[in-house]
Ligand binder design. Structure first.
Ligand code: ADP
Ligand code: MG
Length: 257
């Protein structure tokens, strides 16, 4: 793949908060249709890197490219409109809506008011009821994640694991190309964890690209074909699970926690 055809490329990314350097010159690439893992001990700079890529933070230095197009410093909704979407914890106001409503509102929330059209191509006001299309798509997505039986429950009543499935389902409703997952398995019981990982693998097989941030090394080792290890704001190592498992510097970084 040439650099311009890579779905996601980060070059010399840096972020400082006052005197603290959270990310210190990070460069990496994510290949199309891959499940790439980003790991590192607590405080390594994983979340800050994520936030710089998705427009939550403006980087102090460096560039982010999506399909070869620079997206550095764009607003989160602009980046989402271009196809790079991250999971978000269900905010309080969404807890007071049903699971189905959460899905139907997801494109509006993540992509902006006028964006539902981009998710439902080919719609013509005079022919199709937009809300009906959206509802149908929401049901399909609920079924895919096997949470359709929860459609009329309030999101706030879901278990931790069910919430994570809902967060993933909301992302899917925006018709993304690249999906960023920040600790999608945190607080999820083993049964739902397996289900969530299965769905991620299904979607990857369909051509979605994932960047998966996790603190838990084993989950990344067992599921990602390429792994990037961060430590103290920098990329410490990169490679397959086998490469990473045997890397002395990586072992040391985790032992030092
Ligand atoms: P990770 O996600 O790998 O645990 P973070 O990106 O959250 O790491 O944090 C990296 C470093 O940046 C830490 O030292 C953290 O304290 C610091 N940091 C993160 N966000 C902020 C912030 N908003 N203000 C100040 N320091 C921050
Ligand atoms: Mg983090």
């Amino acid at each position: 793949q040439t650099p311009t055809s890579l779905p996601l490329r980060v070059e010399g990314l840096a972020k400082q908060f006052g005197g603290i350097t959270a990310v210190d010159g990070v460069s990496f690439e994510v290949e199309a249709g891959s499940l790439t893992g980003l790991i590192g001990p607590n405080g390594a700079g994983k979340s800050t890197t994520f936030n710089c890529i998705t427009g939550v933070h403006e980087p102090t230095a460096g560039n982010v490219y999506l399909n070869g197009e620079e997206i550095t410093g764009l607003a989160p909704y602009e980046i989402a409109q271009r196809g790079l979407v991250r999971t978000f914890q269900i905010a309080r106001e969404l807890s007071e809506m049903t699971v189905l409503e959460n899905l139907m509102l997801a494109p509006k929330h993540q992509l902006g008011e006028s964006a539902i059209r981009s998710v439902l191509p080919g719609l013509r006001d005079d022919v199709v009821d937009q809300e009906e299309e959206l509802r149908e798509r929401a049901w399909e997505t609920l079924e895919f994640f096997e949470i359709d039986h929860l459609a009329t429950e309030y999101a706030g009543t879901l278990s931790g694991g069910q919430r994570k499935l809902l967060e993933m389902a909301r992302v899917l409703m925006t018709d993304p190309e690249v999906v960023l997952l920040d600790e999608p398995l945190a607080g999820v019981n083993p049964t739902l964890e397996e289900k969530l990982l299965d769905r991620i693998h299904d979607l990857r097989a369909e051509g979605y690209t994932f960047l998966f941030v996790e603190h838990d090394m084993d989950v990344i080792m067992n599921n990602c074909e390429r792994i990037i290890v961060m430590h103290q704001g920098r990329v410490l190592a990169e490679g397959t699970a086998e490469d990473i498992r045997n890397n002395e510097q990586v072992i040391e970084a985790y032992l030092g926690e």
